[in-house]
Each structure stands twice: as C-alpha cells, then as structure tokens.
Ligand binder design. Structure first.
Ligand SMILES: Cc1cc2nc3c(=O)[nH]c(=O)nc-3n(C[C@H](O)[C@H](O)[C@H](O)COP(=O)(O)O)c2cc1C
Length: 162
C-alpha cells in the first residue's frame, strides 16, 4: 500500500511522540510505511506533491474559545506551509490535539484550519494519546485518504495526469 504522508508541528514534543508511536503501529500492524515532516525541525517549505494528512496541536492565546481565546500563537508556520505552493490542496484532512483542560478551546486550531482551508477535520486526541488512539486514528486516516483519492479520480484528476 502507498505510504502515509504526514505534515505536523510539535513544539513541546507530545505530537512528535504520538507520530512516532503511530508510525510504529502503521509499520508493524498494517505494514504501511509512514513519511513525516515536523515543521519545527524542518521549517524550510517544500512542495508536497503527494496526498498527506496534517496534525496540529492547539496553542491559543488565553480566553475560553467562545468569546475570546481563538487566536493562534506559535504554530502559524504550519498554516504558511499549507499555503506554500497550494500544498493544502493535497491535504486530505487534519487531526487536532490539545489538552481537554482547555474545554471549548480543546484542539480548536485544527478545527479553524479545516474551515480556513476547506479540508475535513478528521478527529482529535489528547496530549500524547493512548494505546486506543493508534488503531482508531490509523483507520480514520486510511478512510479519508481513500475518499480523497476517489474524489480526485472522479474529477478526472487521476494520479498519472490523464
Ligand atoms: C501556551 C499554550 C497554549 C495552549 N492552548 C491550548 C488550547 O487553546 N487548546 C488546547 O486544547 N490545548 C492547548 N494547549 C495544550 C497543547 O496543545 C498540548 O500540550 C499539546 O499536546 C502540545 O503539543 P506538542 O507537545 O506537540 O507541541 C496549550 C499549551 C500551551 C503551552
């Protein structure tokens, strides 16, 4: 099966840890290779020509996520990366994360990105995730990837360009 491509940002290491575990799960349990880019470690923008999934932890400025607290801080480079060369067009969805102590603001930045770029909000997990999250999120990624490739094929944009 085609590798799973992931674009993500991790500032304090939780998302990086999660992607490491998810990669191991995909490779050992599903025999699918994972290619991932952590924008914090590789801030130079490249053109992503293969379909990918994005992961984004929430870092918002204060507030409660209802009347205020929806201003993204620290992770805006991921949005710039998605805008670069229209990379977002190859993104078949985003997975949010955060800390549930933030209540309404939980994983809010990924929801904002889904609205801003028009790709699906696939699901979310908290902090470093749990063992239950790996099969659940792997299944969700493969489902959204399949939907994306069938939609692009139906539009006549087939992978070989015919
Ligand atoms: C300054 C700051 C603001 C945060 N704001 C939110 C928030 O609004 N919503 C949320 O769900 N989590 C919030 N978090 C928690 C982080 O999203 C969470 O710790 C996440 O796992 C960090 O991912 P990382 O370690 O990969 O960078 C915030 C954390 C910090 C330090």
């Amino acid at each position: 099966m085609e590798p799973v491509n992931i674009l993500y940002i991790s500032l304090s290491g939780n998302t990086k840890y999660f992607i490491g575990k998810l990669t191991k799960y995909f490779e050992e349990e599903r025999h699918i290779q994972v290619n991932s880019i952590n924008v914090k470690e590789h801030p130079e923008f490249t053109t992503l020509d293969q379909p990918f999934v994005a992961f984004l932890p929430a870092f918002l400025k204060g507030g409660n996520g209802i009347n205020n607290g929806y201003t993204e801080i620290l992770t805006t480079i991921l949005g710039d990366y998605l805008e670069h060369e229209d990379n977002y067009r190859r993104c078949y969805g985003i997975i949010g994360s955060g800390n549930r102590n933030f209540n309404k603001q939980f994983a809010l930045t990924a929801k904002q990105y889904a609205e801003r770029f028009g790709f699906p909000y696939i699901t979310d997990f908290e902090l470093r995730g749990t063992a239950h999250d790996f099969p659940r999120i792997a299944d969700a990624i493969l489902t959204y990837r399949d939907q994306f490739s069938s939609q692009t094929t139906n539009k006549g944009v087939v992978p070989n360009g015919n």
